[in-house]
Design a protein around this ligand. Structure first.
Ligand code: 7TS
Length: 404
């Protein structure tokens, strides 16, 4: 049974106060909080077997290597990758996208076309613009409507034999929209294009099966999933990862080095130069185990209730407009109230102990689309409660009484 008060006990941070008020943490889309089970794996690592991996004969190094590779196996299973070597441990979503974008510089030519959705995080826009600058490829945008839903009919008209790569987030961080990625992948493959899905916002809420989706590349960050910052994963089909050049050169990513010629290691090491975030990788595995023990289906069902309740309650506030009204969305509410700057609402909420994000959420094109400077974003997790939503609604009303 899903018992939120029991779950909350796993998160020490949830019992702290901010500005003399109990913390209400509604900035989960920026980063999720960390349960004690995950914190403990980091403490254990540094207390008991801190050592570099893949290189030592000594016991500590073996233990650390085993724990790190065990985590890779957990990640592989979580996303149903066919092979463990298709799971590249990265520093996060941004790193994963950059590995692929940099690699495609050797595979594209001038005139090739790339498609990006109108609702991407900057990390799924800028690396591709840099790729276009290097190669002369053309970036085209799949537009969205005012509900925050991609225009799939226009998407189909943009596809052609020139389309080489498509990159779309599974879920928008600023709107909460769940995009029809299965359909996008199918249509892309029909013209021979590859697809990278940014799963930073979907993996905490929705199950992902990379084989069933037949997705080419998939990226996410552990810190959105109750794991630590500075670690994430890039999944890629073996043959596609093998076709890409390494992103960084250094130790651990080589087969043999001489001053005349270096040969590269096999996957996954080819993309894992240098000493990685070892404790982070191990804790990423622990975070997935923690989430699975609660169950992603239970999490999604509970968060949907929170979303419905919050949408209804915030909807009673005159002049409040919600951006992102897709039928399929996760528990993120981006809103503004009648000409009041989002920053002002966010600052007053903070005084009340309520953490929301304000601004463009690293998705400026979305803000330009709506012709707004930014939004207030409340993003919910499975450890949030209806009572906290009541505090948010009361907090917004209080802010408005001060600002209007
Ligand atoms: N893609 C999406 C959809 C995201 O939401 C984020 C982070 C990233 C990529 C980048 O992830 P990173 O771990 O490499 O930084 N999104 C947010 C956010 O919404 N607020 O702060 C960070």
């Amino acid at each position: 049974m899903f018992d939120v008060s029991k779950i909350r006990q796993d998160f020490p941070i949830l019992s702290r106060e901010v500005n003399g008020k109990p913390l209400v943490y509604f900035d989960n889309a920026a980063t999720s909080q960390t349960p004690v089970q995950v914190i403990q794996t980091i403490v254990d690592y540094y207390s008991r077997y801190n050592a570099n991996i893949h290189r030592g004969v000594h016991t500590l190094s073996q233990e650390a290597t085993d724990a790190y590779e065990k985590a890779r196996g957990i990640i592989q299973k979580q996303f149903n990758a066919q092979h463990p070597h298709e799971v590249i441990l990265t520093s996060g979503t941004t790193h994963g996208i950059n590995i692929v974008a940099a690699g495609y510089a050797t595979l594209l030519k001038a005139g090739d076309e790339l498609l990006v959705s109108a609702m991407e995080h900057h990390s799924n826009i800028v690396p591709w613009q840099m790729l276009c600058e290097k190669t002369g490829a053309l970036l085209k945008v799949i537009p969205m409507n005012t509900q925050g839903v991609l225009q799939m009919d226009v998407f189909e008209t943009l596809l052609s034999s020139k389309t080489k790569l498509i990159f779309v987030n599974h879920v928008s961080n600023a709107l909460g929209t769940i995009n029809p990625i299965r359909q996008i992948i199918e249509k892309a493959h029909a013209v021979g294009a590859h697809v990278l899905i940014d799963g930073a916002q979907s993996t905490p809420h929705l199950k992902t099966d990379v084989q069933a989706l037949d997705v080419d590349f998939f990226v996410t960050s552990a810190h959105k999933l109750c794991g630590p910052t500075g670690v994430g994963m890039l999944y890629g089909k073996s043959e596609l990862l093998n076709a890409l050049p390494p992103y960084q050169g250094g130790g651990e990513m080589i087969a043999e080095v001489t001053f005349e010629k270096t040969t590269y290691a096999d996957l996954p090491h080819k993309f894992e130069a240098g000493t990685p975030n070892i404790a982070g990788g191990i804790a990423f595995g622990a975070a997935l185990e923690y989430i699975n023990q609660i169950g992603l289906e239970n999490i999604a069902a509970y968060e949907n209730e929170l979303l419905e309740y919050a949408t209804e309650q915030l909807g009673t506030i005159p002049g409040l407009q919600i951006y992102g009204q897709a039928a399929e969305k996760i528990a993120v509410i981006s809103f503004n109230v009648d000409g009041i700057h989002p920053y002002d609402i966010g600052s007053i909420l903070d005084k009340l102990g309520i953490a929301v994000r304000t601004g463009h959420h690293c998705a400026q094109p979305i803000m330009d689309f709506y012709k707004i400077p930014g939004t207030v974003r409340a993003s919910f997790a499975f450890y949030n409660t209806r009572e906290e939503i009541d505090l948010l609604v009361a907090g917004v009303k209080r802010a408005l009484s001060m600002l209007q």
